[in-house]
Design a protein around this ligand. Structure first.
Ligand SMILES: Nc1ncnc2c1ncn2[C@@H]1O[C@H](COP(=O)(O)OP(=O)(O)O)[C@@H](O)[C@H]1O
Ligand SMILES: N[C@@H](CCC(=O)OP(=O)(O)O)C(=O)O
Length: 365
């Protein structure tokens, strides 16, 4: 931990708010002090902070986090500015300039957006700015939302080439059962998925402002470790100890190697927005030869999606074999199915010569 040079720290709403809701200035101040100290010790820090919705509740006279998306978006719109302002003032006390980065799913899946986001972070870090990231809640619809900042933080960690992801919550680590249950014990190290097999994850905490609970933190840890990044999960109260190298919380050890980030999200998206059923030859081509998916091998289209969306690829028995970013809208595809690329070109024009999913936009599941 001590050796980590570039650290992404994610803090959840439950660690930033008061019991009555709303941002707790004291908690923000303490977190900022810890991050400023990490910078003084030579680390580059990127902060992924939740709390926009929580910060927007009081100004709108809301008592608790609304369940309807438009109300959440309104609260986030009001709260994000307040949250950013709070951070800006606190970091300024330490002479640190902050920059706000609001991301959508598209920013880490579509190639051009991904490069753009990568370049923005690189420039901010080069300028010594501390980026503060959140999901762009006010424009994200339920279909294209991360919905939780844990997985977003894992993708950001990969995007900025971090060597450590620190997830700060209201609980001091992963327990082998819900922490409220007597006898649940802290899991100090997770070497691989096998160590998670006996862990029981309960519902989210009692704060009422968090979203993902422990499930999304474990998902985030798996995304990051699978991409070669160590993860430390602990409480905001232990952030200082964690960042100075003390053995606190749960350490998820890096297992895999780096992979293209946009595909990381794709592999860990809960599901695609539609389905394409493949014939046996297409399954072999995609899975064994890692080839692009052509219209000739698709037998059925399910769901409503547009070009650029993630869709699940199904074998004839219905099992999901891969997920990819499709190049056509759902209603364009039925007339193309089973036809060769050259046939499509001569019948419909050069625009239809493209693959249904390019191999660079496919992940095997
Ligand atoms: N096995 C487990 N280990 C640790 N925490 C768990 C477990 N199962 C459920 N939880 C709950 O998950 C909560 C953290 O999730 P959440 O409230 O969404 O936090 P945040 O706002 O930090 O994202 C903890 O307060 C805890 O009660
Ligand atoms: N983007 C949302 C937070 C979503 C979220 O992940 O919340 P949390 O579970 O508290 O980390 C917001 O700023 O309110």
């Amino acid at each position: 931990m001590r050796a980590a040079r570039r650290i992404v720290v994610k803090v959840g709403s439950s660690s930033l708010t008061t019991a009555a809701g709303g941002i707790d200035p004291g908690r923000v101040r303490r977190l900022v002090e810890v991050l400023a100290a990490a910078r003084d010790a030579g680390a580059e820090v990127v902060l992924v902070s939740s709390g926009a919705i929580a910060a927007g509740l009081a100004p709108l006279g809301l008592k608790k986090r609304p369940s309807a998306l438009p109300a959440q978006q309104a609260a986030a719109s009001v709260g994000q500015g307040l949250l950013a302002h709070r951070y800006q003032e606190e970091f300024a006390r330490h002479g640190i300039v902050t920059g706000q980065v609001l991301l959508t799913v598209d920013d880490v899946t579509r190639r051009a957006h991904y490069r753009n986001a990568h370049n923005t972070f690189a420039k901010l870090i080069e300028l010594g700015v501390l980026p503060i990231v959140n999901e762009n809640d006010t424009v994200a619809t339920s279909e294209i939302r991360f919905g939780d900042n844990d997985r977003l933080a894992a993708l950001v960690a990969h995007l900025v080439h971090a060597d450590l992801l620190v997830l700060l919550s209201d609980v001091d680590g992963l327990y082998d059962g819900p922490p409220s249950r007597t006898g649940s014990r802290l899991v100090p190290v997770v070497h691989s998925d096998a160590d998670l097999a006996s862990v029981v994850i309960g519902s989210a905490g009692s704060s009422g402002v968090g979203t993902g609970g422990m499930t999304t933190k474990v998902d985030a840890a798996r995304i990051a470790t699978g991409a070669g990044i160590d993860v430390l999960l602990t409480s905001a109260d232990q952030a200082a100890a964690a960042l100075s190298g003390a053995e606190v919380g749960t350490h998820f050890e890096a297992t895999g190697k780096r992979r293209p980030t946009r595909l990381l999200w794709l592999a860990h998206a809960t599901s695609g927005q539609g389905t394409l059923t493949l014939d046996d030859g297409a399954v072999r081509a995609v899975v064994e030869r890692r080839a692009s998916l052509l219209a000739a091998g698709v037998t059925a289209v399910g769901g409503t999606f547009v070009a650029g969306d993630a869709v699940d690829l199904l074998a004839t028995d219905g099992t999901v074999v891969a997920r990819g970013l499709v190049n056509f809208d759902a209603d364009e595809l039925p007339t193309l199915l089973g036809r060769s690329t050259s046939e499509l070109k001569s019948a419909l024009g050069a625009a239809y010569e493209r693959e249904v999913i390019h191999r660079d936009d496919l992940v095997l599941l």
